[in-house]
Design a protein around this ligand. Structure first.
Ligand SMILES: [Zn+2]
Length: 172
């Protein structure tokens, strides 16, 4: 059972071979909550290989003054630095929101094996919604995709964040 309240670093490198996609997505959701607490759009991501997390990321473009500081890019950078290789074959990227064109492109560049995402993003998603980068035959690497894992939890976080930002009371 994933402990979503734990600080992400406390599970860094933790081997959890019995974890399901839902369990790993819970780790990414914990990072999305961290992003929201920092005033960033709540999106989180983890990279998993051989039953352990090798990279973490959360959305932080505002705080870091970096348009590329999306959760997935952060997780890919962290994972590549941790394993000492810019390519991550055999790894799975978990993202709470359907990745944008930049992040889906990053997954292809890293030779990620699988991409698992939460809520679809009909406005900017590049994993089937607006573009479909992971399975574009014109690219030289294909990423397997599993959509809509813990999508409701991801959507609820995003909805609460934007409602709070508009100053509305969130109805229960
Ligand atoms: Zn992105």
């Amino acid at each position: 059972m994933a402990d979503t309240s734990a600080a992400p670093d406390s599970s860094h490198g933790l081997e959890s071979p019995g974890f399901t996609d839902q369990d790993w997505m819970d780790k990414a959701l914990a990072l999305a909550r961290e992003a929201a607490a920092a005033g960033e759009v709540p999106v989180g991501a983890v990279v998993v290989r051989d039953g352990r997390i090798i990279g973490f990321g959360r959305n932080q473009p505002i705080g870091s003054h970096d348009p590329s500081a999306h959760a997935e890019i952060g997780a890919l950078r962290d994972a590549a630095a941790n394993v000492g290789n810019y390519r991550l074959p055999g790894a799975t990227l978990y993202a709470t929101l359907e990745p944008c064109a930049m992040c889906a492109g990053g997954a292809v560049q890293a030779r990620i094996d699988r991409l698992v995402f939460g809520a679809p993003d009909p406005r900017a998603g590049a994993v089937g919604s607006v573009f479909s980068i992971p399975d574009d035959p014109r690219l030289n690497h294909r990423v397997k995709v599993a959509p809509s894992v813990r999508a409701d939890a991801s959507r609820a976080l995003l909805r609460a964040f934007f409602q709070a930002r508009r100053g509305k009371v969130i109805p229960e």
